[in-house]
Each structure stands twice: as C-alpha cells, then as structure tokens.
Design a binder for this molecule. Structure first.
Ligand code: 13P
Length: 282
C-alpha cells in the first residue's frame, strides 16, 4: 500500500523504533525489499537517489514500477516511495512523477537559502499529500562526518517539514577504521531543540547495533541503508559466478544469475528491520 511517510514515522517515534529506508536500484532491489517488509509485517521506505532515478530511466519509470509491483505482489504493509537527497528540481520532478515522499537536501546552501527553498517545497509537497524530509549539516561522503548546529536544526524543523536529517558524525558508505562513532551529545541537543520531530539517521551501513539502538532511544525514527544491500548483492553474485554456476545448465539466465543477490538483499533487509524494531508494526 503506497502512502506518504508521515504517519509511519510518527508511530515509530511514539513506539520507540525506526522505519528502514532501503535504497532501490532496479527491479530486483524493489521486489526483495517489498517482499521482506511484507513477510515481517513492517512499514518500509523505498529510497531513490537522483542517480538511481536516472539509471532507471527517470522518476516516472520508478513511480510506475513501484506502484505496479506493490499491487501485483499484493503488498498490504505501508510503503513510501521517497526521493533521497533531492535537489530543488529533483524534488519538484518527483512530486509530478507520483512519489509519495521527498527529501530536499539543501544542506550545502547557506541556512537562509536552505530555509527559503525548503519552505517552498514544504508547501508543494503538502499540497500534493507527500511527506517531506529536509537536511541540516551535510552528511559527509568520506571521512568527514559533520555535526549539525541545533539552532539551525530548530529553524528548519520549524518550517513544517515532516522529518529531519541532521549530521551527527554519520557518513555514507563504509566507515573508516578511525571513525569516532555517532555524536550522541549532539543528537540529544538536536532532539531537544526540534520539538520531537522524527529524526533521520543517514549512513546506516556499518553502524554498530548498540549505536543504532541508542540513536533510536534519542529520537531517530528513520534509518537509511544503501551500501549494505549493494555489498550483500555483489558478494552473493560473485560467489555464484566464482563457483561456475553461471556455466552450469541455464545458470546464465538472469532469473538464475541474479537470484542469489536478490536473496542476499532480502537477508540484509530482514536483519535491519529486526534491529530497527519495525517488524509487526505495519
Ligand atoms: P549508506 O549507503 O551508508 O547505507 O547510507 C545510505 C543513506 O544514507 C542514503 O541516504
């Protein structure tokens, strides 16, 4: 059932668990994530980056595929189709394409420009029944996890957005060996400054379980996972090919070749849903 992400995240906040956002890249990803959420009776958010959207030939294709697949598979758990780290133009395109949720990432703008653009997109998203996430304090792609300023977080959270991504030392991709961990003092300050708005933890890959649980206890209601599904898919596919299974019988048929990777994504998503506590919360 395609819905926006507002209610599922308010429920998560009040119930002290988090809903997983799993990024999709293609049909296999989408199918594996939807089936696993359904099996575990969990709400779920399908994240689409602008790059993945382009790869799948555009946001319209993505929205059509997700809607049709949700129906064809008989998915009854709440599913949000969400733009991940959207630009101003990308956010508008996703509203038009039929997404149910958008993220506008204005963290690289000055705070005033971030406020202006976010304000405009909040009105647009809400007019169309979508939920909207905004970001403060850029979440690094390398070894430079930033920490957001609580006063800036309060400013953006006060614009009517539905959930807020705030950097607390988290980064996308694998964490370096010398990573200092999440900054829980900063998270607590941000939580206190933002009127209990559901908070989003990006860079979910590789964060130790105990830190995930502590983050949830301090107001995180949505956790984004991307790289970990890519790694499990690649690992299972490599094993299949290295074992020469693509050369046995019709092992080269994409339905066979991609099956171990798709199963591996399911296992990763299952593990995360259980860790985040959203199983049986649909
Ligand atoms: P990872 O790729 O580190 O899991 O981060 C995903 C993410 O935050 C998407 O916005």
């Amino acid at each position: 059932m395609l819905v926006n992400a507002t209610n599922m995240l308010l429920k998560a906040r009040d119930g002290h668990y988090a809903v997983g956002q799993f990024n999709i890249n293609n049909l296999e990803w989408t199918k594996s994530i939807l089936l696993t959420a359904q099996e575990l009776n969990s709400p779920v958010i399908l994240g689409v980056s602008e790059g993945a959207g382009k790869y799948m030939t555009g946001f319209k294709t993505v929205a059509a595929m997700v809607k049709a697949m949700d129906e064809s598979l008989g998915i009854t758990v709440p599913v949000a189709l969400h733009l991940d780290h959207g630009t101003y133009e990308g956010a508008k395109a996703c509203v038009a394409a039929g997404f149910t949720s958008i993220m506008f990432d204005g963290s690289h703008y000055s705070i005033d420009e971030n406020v202006a653009k976010t304000t405009e997109l909040v009105a647009l998203a809400h007019d169309h029944g979508l939920s909207i996430e905004a970001e403060v304090g850029s979440i690094g792609g390398e070894e430079d996890g930033e920490v957001a300023d609580p006063a800036e977080c309060a400013k953006i959270a006060g614009l009517g957005i539905d959930f807020l991504a705030a950097g607390i030392g988290n980064i996308h991709g694998k964490y370096p060996a010398n990573w200092k961990g999440l900054d829980f003092v900063a998270l607590d300050k941000i939580h206190n400054a933002t009127d209990n708005i559901p908070l989003v933890l990006h860079g979910g890959t590789g964060i130790p379980d105990e830190m995930i649980k502590k983050a949830i206890s301090l107001g995180v209601s949505k956790i984004n996972v991307n790289t970990e599904c890519q790694l499990s898919f690649a690992d299972a596919t490599r094993k299949y090919i290295e074992a020469g299974k693509d050369l046995e019988g019709k092992g080269f048929d994409p339905r066979k070749l991609l099956a171990p990777g798709a199963e591996a994504i399911k296992a990763t998503v299952r593990e995360k849903i259980e860790l985040f506590g959203s199983a049986n919360k649909a």
